[in-house]
Design a protein around this ligand. Structure first.
Ligand code: FEO
Length: 399
């Protein structure tokens, strides 16, 4: 059965959610599921904005058929060619032979790369930054958003209802459960953490490109944001724009310390647990501690985008960094985090190299300070090393 919600008088949401997916992009746990949003505009012309992931194909096609109500489908506007949004293009070309594909040249190449459809040139309407498409009451303005987070990405601004169709930007992990508007849920309590985890891990590497789009958006009167994942924003949009400004500038949102540790037999854990207790005694709030072998790196990276100070602690393993910590560090440096204070602790029973190698990897992060004070354990913390913990606490709170 179709499941549709009205967005405005002539735009409806015809997407679908997947509650059964365990790993989005086969990487990120999505315990609350994920939504794939598609929108249908019924003006003098009918316009579909994007499709959905293949996993929810049947629901989407049923929604689209019902929403069209026997009208032809005139256009599909493509905002992003990642397959979680474009998987049904071949279906649409087959089911709606009159359809024109509104996209840019990079998208046309990607359509061929993914689907080998060999579509004729007259199937496409090519658009670029600043181009418009009039559909009757609505005029769609196309905005290039390269590397947010793929090179071909476009957004659309509808001047009639002042809606920004924002592609992956402003999305969140988490399925839609009836409510499709952010103002229909307690977003800050129940979804902001997942929105941050989505941003940090999917888009986080591309802060300057996000800032570029935010600058373009600042010139527009935006009354509604329709992203490809998660909730539609029609109230308190400034709240979410401000989060994006902060995240894309790599500014910490909250004072606090994220401690990520790897510990094989508990000795490194014992040391960071003592450090955490002493930090708390010194008045530090918002201490978050993660065992890198237990918590998926996407959650830790998300917290590292939120908080101001980071501590890494891990043993040497196979002549290098304990493997789960190495994975976290490489993931973090790939995501380009900046503007943090960082402390490093390590452990090694013999031939310890983890501390040095961790610092080398962390040195790739721009505008970060790696604190002078650190601590190297030889198997376990010793009483004569307690002053080093005190020094570390002092250095961290000095920030
Ligand atoms: Fe939701 Fe980049 O795809």
């Amino acid at each position: 059965m179709h499941i549709i919600r009205q967005v405005t008088s002539d735009i409806c949401w015809i997407g679908a959610s997947d509650h059964r997916l365990s790993l989005f992009e086969n990487i990120y746990p999505v315990p609350q599921g994920i939504s794939y949003n598609a929108y249908l505009l019924k003006d003098e012309k009918t316009v579909l904005f994007d499709t959905v992931d293949a996993a929810v194909r049947q629901q989407f096609l049923e929604n689209l058929k019902y929403a069209l109500d026997e009208r032809p489908l005139d256009y599909i506007v493509i905002h992003h060619m990642e397959p979680d949004h474009c998987a049904e293009i071949a279906d649409l070309v087959r089911l709606y032979p009159e359809i024109k594909i509104v996209c840019n040249g990079q998208m046309q190449k990607m359509i061929e790369q993914f689907f080998s459809l060999n579509l004729p040139a007259d199937k496409f309407i090519f658009v670029k930054e600043g181009d418009t498409l009039n559909t009757g009451r609505h005029t769609l303005h196309f905005i290039a958003a390269p590397m947010v987070h793929w090179p071909e990405v476009m957004m659309t601004y509808d001047t009639a209802d002042k809606i920004l169709f924002s592609a992956d930007a402003f999305g969140t992990f988490g399925a839609l459960n009836g409510n499709i508007f952010a103002d229909e849920v307690d977003f800050e309590h129940f979804y902001l953490d997942e929105a941050r985890r989505y941003y940090a891990n999917i888009v986080g590497k591309y802060g300057p490109q996000v800032q570029n789009v935010l600058n373009k958006a600042a010139a527009l009167d935006i009354r509604m944001i329709c992203p490809l994942h998660g909730f539609i924003w029609r109230q308190n949009i400034e709240f979410y724009l401000q989060k994006y400004r902060q995240w894309s500038a790599y500014e910490p949102e909250t004072e606090g310390v994220v401690i990520a540790y790897g510990s094989i037999y508990g000795n490194t854990y014992n040391t960071v647990a003592l450090l955490a207790a002493e930090l708390a005694d010194a008045g530090v709030k918002n201490i978050r501690m993660y065992d890198v072998s237990v918590t998926h790196p996407s959650y830790i990276i998300s917290d590292m985008f939120q908080y101001s100070t980071l501590v890494f602690a891990a043993p040497t393993y196979n002549g290098g960094i304990f493997v789960n910590m190495e994975n976290l560090l490489r993931d973090l440096t790939a995501h380009n985090l900046q503007n943090r204070r960082i402390a490093v602790l390590d452990n090694g029973t013999w031939a310890a190299v983890a501390g040095k190698q961790m610092k080398e990897e962390l040195a790739k992060l721009k505008n970060c300070v790696i604190l002078e004070s650190s601590l190297s354990l030889k198997s376990a913390l010793k009483a004569d090393q307690l002053p080093q913990i005190d020094a570390l606490v002092k250095d961290i709170i000095a920030a």
